[in-house]
Design a protein around this ligand. Structure first.
Ligand code: SF4
Ligand code: SF4
Length: 375
């Protein structure tokens, strides 16, 4: 437990297992099973329910996405309790290997998210081209409604299984990113990104045109050997940040990035409101903690050592726990994180801090109790 007794009642339980092992009973699948039980995740669904295992199958050439063997264990636990698990994610806004269901399913299978590795079917949550969208009224600061894949409407329960790593806009990519951004339909992802306006750092630009080739909106031109962005055409997808290997594009001021985080949190609120808090559980793996997320087509060295696995029924608490545990590690000297994001460690979780105090009726971000099982 890492907080004072006086706030214990406000805490949400987050169960933690480290990754040390010297016998079969300490294997990762065994630890996942015990965490699943201790966190009461089987209570989030009933026998015969459709249970969406919200995952992320990794971009092409990424090698640090969540191991399918971990997800497989969760699938088996759900099936053993009578649920009907299926793996799901929604299509991406940017070009790449997951922008339509055909490419997405093919890439997922190539990465091992298919039988016989994972014994569950795959369903792309927003249809063939990301247009199967379901609107949930929320009436919050930025969003009147949130637009998510129709899978959110039709599934009975959700288990949000996240790989925790760095992220170029939200600082950390964990459960909030996985649920809120991940379940956004194409319209929803556009909505969350709308205020991101990238800026070319002209002196650093080599005029290679890589960003223009990746821009799905045709918003980038190379003029006089420098990239220029047509703001009116830009949809804020962020593809240019990650496609520039010269660190010559930034997301502009942090203010718009913070708005994206707030919007992402509002999307989480909508999904939780729609399904009911008791119908969603979370498992987060703090392994392969790379500076960039799994949407980029490469994987850098992790900037901290592998930490462990978390399980909870509280999305804010589990992400705060992940951020705290990462920040307690020694950072990798010379990590790209320092050059790109200005710090050797991930930023703390700003969207969660604000969310905890806002209208989202979630627990305070600082309120989590680390319940370590006896591993
Ligand atoms: S990818 Fe980077 S260096 Fe190349 S043109 Fe675009 S901004 Fe310039
Ligand atoms: S310019 Fe805008 S639309 Fe084009 S890749 Fe960058 S963020 Fe996406």
């Amino acid at each position: 437990m890492i907080s004072s007794e006086s706030v214990f009642d406000l805490m949400s339980e987050v169960y933690f297992a480290d990754l040390r092992a010297d016998r079969a009973s300490k294997s990762v699948p065994q630890k996942i099973s015990r965490l699943f039980k201790r966190a009461g995740l089987a209570d989030t669904f009933h026998k015969g329910d459709l249970v969406a295992i919200k995952s992320h199958f990794g971009e092409s050439n990424s090698t640090s996405f969540l191991r399918p063997q971990y997800v497989s264990t969760i699938v088996d636990l759900v099936a053993a309790k009578g649920g009907k698990p299926f793996l799901t994610d929604c299509n991406t806004l940017y070009l790449g290997g997951r922008s339509n269901a055909v490419d997405h399913l093919s890439l997922a299978a190539k990465h091992g998210f298919a039988p016989p590795v994972v014994n569950a079917p795959m369903v792309i949550g927003d249809g063939l081209t990301g247009q199967d969208s379901f609107e949930i009224p929320v009436g919050l600061k930025h969003c009147k409604t949130v637009k998510v894949g129709t899978v959110v409407e039709h599934t009975d329960s959700i288990l949000c299984v996240s790989h925790v790593k760095g992220h170029m806009l939200s600082g950390i990519g964990g459960a909030i990113k996985n649920l809120g951004m991940g379940f956004g339909s194409r319209a929803g992802k556009l909505d969350m990104h709308h205020n991101i306006k990238p800026v070319v750092k002209t002196p650093s630009c080599k005029g290679c045109g890589e960003c223009a080739r990746h821009c799905p909106a045709g918003a980038i031109s190379i003029i006089d050997k420098k990239a220029r962005i047509a703001r009116k055409k830009c949809i804020g997808c962020g593809e240019c940040f990650v496609s520039c290997f010269n660190d010559a594009i930034s997301p502009g001021k942090w203010a718009p990035a913070e708005e994206l985080e707030e919007r992402m949190v509002e999307y989480c609120y909508g999904i939780i409101k729609e399904k009911g808090k008791e119908r969603i559980g979370y498992v987060s793996f703090i392994v392969d903690v790379t500076p960039h997320c799994d949407c980029v087509p490469w994987s850098d060295m992790p900037f901290v050592t592998d930490v462990g696995i978390l399980a909870s029924k509280d999305i804010v608490a589990i992400d705060q726990a992940a951020g705290d545990l990462i920040n307690a590690q020694v950072g990798l000297e010379g990590s790209v994180l320092r050059r790109t994001w200005g710090k050797a460690r991930t930023r703390s979780v700003p969207c969660m801090r604000r969310t905890g105090a806002s209208s989202l009726s979630m627990r305070r971000s600082s309120a989590w109790a680390k319940r370590s099982t006896s591993y």
